[in-house]
Design a protein around this ligand. Sequence first.
Ligand SMILES: Cc1cc2nc3c(=O)[nH]c(=O)nc-3n(C[C@H](O)[C@H](O)[C@H](O)COP(=O)(O)OP(=O)(O)OC[C@H]3O[C@@H](n4cnc5c(N)ncnc54)[C@H](O)[C@@H]3O)c2cc1C
Length: 504
Amino acid sequence: MKRKKIVIIGAGPGGLTAGMILAHRGLDVTIVEKRDRVGGRNAELKVGDFSFDTGPTFLHQKFTLDEVFVEAGAKAEDYLEFVLLDPMTKLTWGDLTLETTCNIEQMEKNIEKAFPDHGSGYRRFMADHAQKLGAIYPCLQRPYHELKAFLSTTLMKAIPYVATGKSVVDVLENYFHDDRLKLAFTFQAKYLGMSPWRCPALFSILSYIEYRYGIYHVQGGLCKISEAMAKVFEKNGGTLRLSTPMKEVCWSGSCATGVRLENGELLECDDVIMNADYGNVVTKLLNGRSRPVEEIEKKKFSCSTFMLYLGLDTIYHDEPHHHIIFADDYRLNVQDIQGERIVSDDMSVYVRNSSITDPNVAPAGQSGLYILVPTINDRYGYDWEANKHSYRDKVLDRIEQKTGMKDLRSHIIAERILTPVDWRDEADVFMGATFNLAHTLDQMLYLRPHNRMKGTENVYLVGGGTHPGSGLPTIYESGRLSSNMLCERHNIPHTRVDLAPQFV
Ligand SMILES: Cc1cc2nc3c(=O)[nH]c(=O)nc-3n(C[C@H](O)[C@H](O)[C@H](O)COP(=O)(O)OP(=O)(O)OC[C@H]3O[C@@H](n4cnc5c(N)ncnc54)[C@H](O)[C@@H]3O)c2cc1C
């Protein structure tokens, strides 16, 4: 039988996952990637001699990554060196700090030290969330392209956790009365680019997954994951074409017959998988089926990030690998971001100092600091060009005040700034909303763009803009779900690998 031809647009984590799985299942897969490297927002960013992760720095739910490698006939450990971080993250509110760990006894001790009498609330949180995850996790493993999926017993079991109308902060009211400790269990909403006060209650599983199963670093940076996926893809017979932007889909009715590249070349195929950012796909790449920008702008989008990538001529050995410094008025900071207009001077700052764990990312004796400040997306066109240098100074002031890096400025020897406008223009992120469509209840499950695009027979979505959502493990899952649907269309058998059977 003739092998089915598949073209994937984009070599981000979603496209690479689908590519390596489908190539392993014997399909003839080509990935076309606009940029000169793989990884998308998960690509390596070089600044002088320093190597940074452009985006993701926390790998949680590692078992999902392991699963998609196995589904592609490979073992993640053969390609990547994982380091379970313990301690995980230092959290700072003014003078108070909490060091988080996935060691349950140690975490309870740390909580008791910083927040006396809150240890038992932590124990209850962990016990309740083991059950909650068991109910919700299976819902994230199936597609919601048909309304009947909404009536499935899997979703029915999760309904008490999903349809509550509550936020993750509301959930934490049941466990802790100190607002700062509630934040230690809800700031993970930021991984979805959301406010903890608005992020649906079901996402309290995020902090549970982190505190129960830990977070990992990958030596060389998390960008190595995408590079490893590309190797597996090519080993499985896939064709990777870098620096090859795609222009538009070619149609026969609701069926895609191929894609046209920017250079005019036509790639005929049986199915198309879109990993490019959802907002751009539907407004720019659908050739006659594209939707007006104004219509898509009506959807809710995540926040953006202001980034500093600093090369230093020293290593701050006493500073943690991950450090989150909360805004003095965190709630106001989050409100500013959700309002999409005000850039907070009292900002929250995340600093990643991976050189204390990883000798591969900077020259000997030197280090790279990755600094992320959650901020407004580009909906109302803030003038970053005029303001980015002064904002950079405010961010550095805050780090010098709140950490042991009092002389940070004097050690900077290489530097790159990335603003929401750069995310929009250089990384093709619609509205610079780095975490894609917001994860509100009206944009989730059946109500999120489907894994097979509505109204088409053979165009699939993968990545943060489709189900289950943004974040590496969920994006890997989207790659797997869409691959499975595509295989079902062509009667290609496949077996799902589950390395976390306790949830399934
Ligand atoms: C700053 C930041 C920090 C993050 N931190 C974390 C974290 O710690 N942990 C976590 O789990 N998640 C994190 N995320 C979220 C998420 O995991 C990443 O954004 C992830 O890389 C998104 O993957 P994706 O497959 O959806 O898309 P992308 O990574 O954006 O990949 C899409 C690809 O499509 C390509 N493309 C676009 N248009 C075309 C075209 N016309 N033709 C050909 N190719 C095209 C792009 O060049 C790109 O390579 C973070 C995101 C950001 C931005």
